[in-house]
Structures are given as C-alpha cells and as structure tokens.
Design a protein around this ligand. Structure first.
Ligand code: ADP
Ligand code: MG
Ligand code: MG
Length: 246
C-alpha cells in the first residue's frame, strides 16, 4: 500500500533522511520508533508534502501512485491523513466549521457532494463519542486553550470524520495521560484497524503500542531504518535503549 524506497530528503539544505526504505501492506500497522532528532517528524512531513522538506532521492508510492508528484491536498483526497506532533491552533474557526470544511473539501476532490449541516453533525457526534469528546468542545476554536490530550483527541475525531485509507500519526501519544492514551489508542484501532487500511505510527515510547498492536516495529536512526522486527522489538527498546538495540 505504502512503498518508500531509498528516500533522501533535506530540510534547509541539511540532509535529514538518508536512504529510508519501508513498505506497509494493507491491513498493517507499522510503528516507527527512534531517538530525538532521528528524522521521524521529517518523514511524516515529507509524506504529507509540507513545503520546505525537499526530496533529493528515492520514491514513495501509495497504492501504486507516485505520491511525491502530488500536492498535499491531492494526497489527502487519495485518503492520506497526517496527525501532527504539534497540532496548530486556529483562533476564530470552530472545530465543527473546520472539520466540515475539511470533509467537504475531500468529498469535492473525489467528485462527491458536500454533506448537509444535519448529516455532518450526526457524523461528528458519532466520532466525538468514540473519542469521549464533548460536542461543546468541538464548538470552540480549533485547539485554542486545549490541553495536549484534548488536541490529540480532537485530531482523532478529525481522523474518524475523514475516514482515511492511510494514516501517518506523529507522536499521537505525546502529552496524553493514561486514560487519554487508552481512549486515543482505542480510537485508532476502531478507525484504522481494517483489512483495507494502513498506519504508520510514530512514537517515542512503547506505551501506546500496548493499545495499538503493531504488526511491524522499525527503528529510525540518523535518517534511515536501522532495524525492524515484531512488537517485541518495542519492548526491547524500552528496556535497553536505542543505543544498545539499534
Ligand atoms: P524527530 O521527529 O525524530 O525527533 P525531526 O524529524 O523533527 O526528528 O528532526 C530531524 C533533524 O532535522 C533534527 O536534527 C532537527 O534539528 C532537524 N530539523 C528539523 N526541522 C528542521 C528545520 N526546519 N531546519 C533545519 N533542521 C531541521
Ligand atoms: Mg522529537
Ligand atoms: Mg518528531
């Protein structure tokens, strides 16, 4: 489904990804772990098509299509979702407005019709309930005054509404307390754990993987995958550290 081959990328002229290869099949969840500064967020941004992240070599295909040739909104229309390590605040725009715009833009890009206000609210309520998020919170401006955990839950509500085919989630567990971690983990499972979907789950810590069981765990260091294994690799990393294992 997602095939990354020998990917090289620079940020501000500095090489950050140095020959990264990995391949995710439909139905699989892959975890990417690695020390600070390894290039994990850079990988997420490159996959999303963020300006300033320049691909200098290699390829990425998504269901056979050249992902790197597409604009960010075209990638989203294909069903690619990015969850950010640092969600942005948008004063003056409510979550409900933002989510409805995002969904209708996606529907339009796929040649569909926008959802009516009533249909949208029904969908938003279902997805908010899944993440135990109060609808009142979704009427507030996007992420303004939200705690770290609330931002991540709001982002998972967004993921549920957009119903992507592939999600790249960058440190979705950062800033979550134990209860929120479980809710977010269960949300990821219920939205994305499907035979026709795939996930790249970027995380510093093993704890999210107690809830979202990865099929494959990769260690990213200095811009490339240095080791891959099963879920036990995450436990080994937690116990012994990146230096010892990778
Ligand atoms: P990780 O998410 O694994 O902690 P990042 O992808 O955020 O790592 O960063 C990888 C490396 O790229 C770091 O050394 C970081 O300092 C550098 N880097 C990230 N963004 C920029 C930028 N905008 N300009 C220059 N260097 C950057
Ligand atoms: Mg980091
Ligand atoms: Mg990061």
């Amino acid at each position: 489904m997602l095939e990354i081959t020998n990917l090289h990328a620079t940020v501000g002229g500095t090489p950050i990804l140095n020959g990264l290869s990995l391949s995710v099949n439909a139905g699989e969840i892959h975890a990417i772990m690695g020390p600070n500064g390894a290039g994990k967020s850079t990988l997420a941004y490159v996959l999303g098509g963020r300006p300033g992240y320049e691909v200098t070599g290699g390829s990425v295909t998504f269901n056979g299509q050249d992902l790197l040739a597409l604009d960010p909104h075209e990638r989203a229309a294909l069903g690619l979702f990015l969850g950010f390590q640092y969600p942005v605040e948008i004063p003056g725009v409510s979550n409900v407005q933002f989510l409805r715009e995002a969904l209708n833009a996606q529907r339009k890009a796929r040649g569909g019709e926008p959802l009516s206000g009533g249909e949208f609210l029904k969908l938003a309520k279902e997805q908010a309930a899944l993440l135990r998020m109060d609808m009142e919170m979704l009427k507030r401006p996007v992420n303004v005054g939200f705690s770290g955990g609330e931002k991540k839950r709001a982002e998972m509500v967004q993921m549920g509404i957009l119903d992507p085919i592939f999600a790249v989630l960058d440190e979705t567990d950062s800033g979550l307390d134990i209860d929120a971690l479980k809710i977010v983990g269960e949300g990821i499972n219920s939205i994305m754990r499907r035979p026709d979907k795939g996930v790249l789950l970027i995380t510093h810590y093993q704890r999210l993987l107690d809830y979202v069981k990865p099929d494959v765990v990769h260690v990213l260091a200095k811009g490339r995958i240095v080791k891959s294994g099963g879920p036990e690799l995450a436990l080994e990393l937690e116990r012994e550290g990146y230096e010892a294992v990778a």
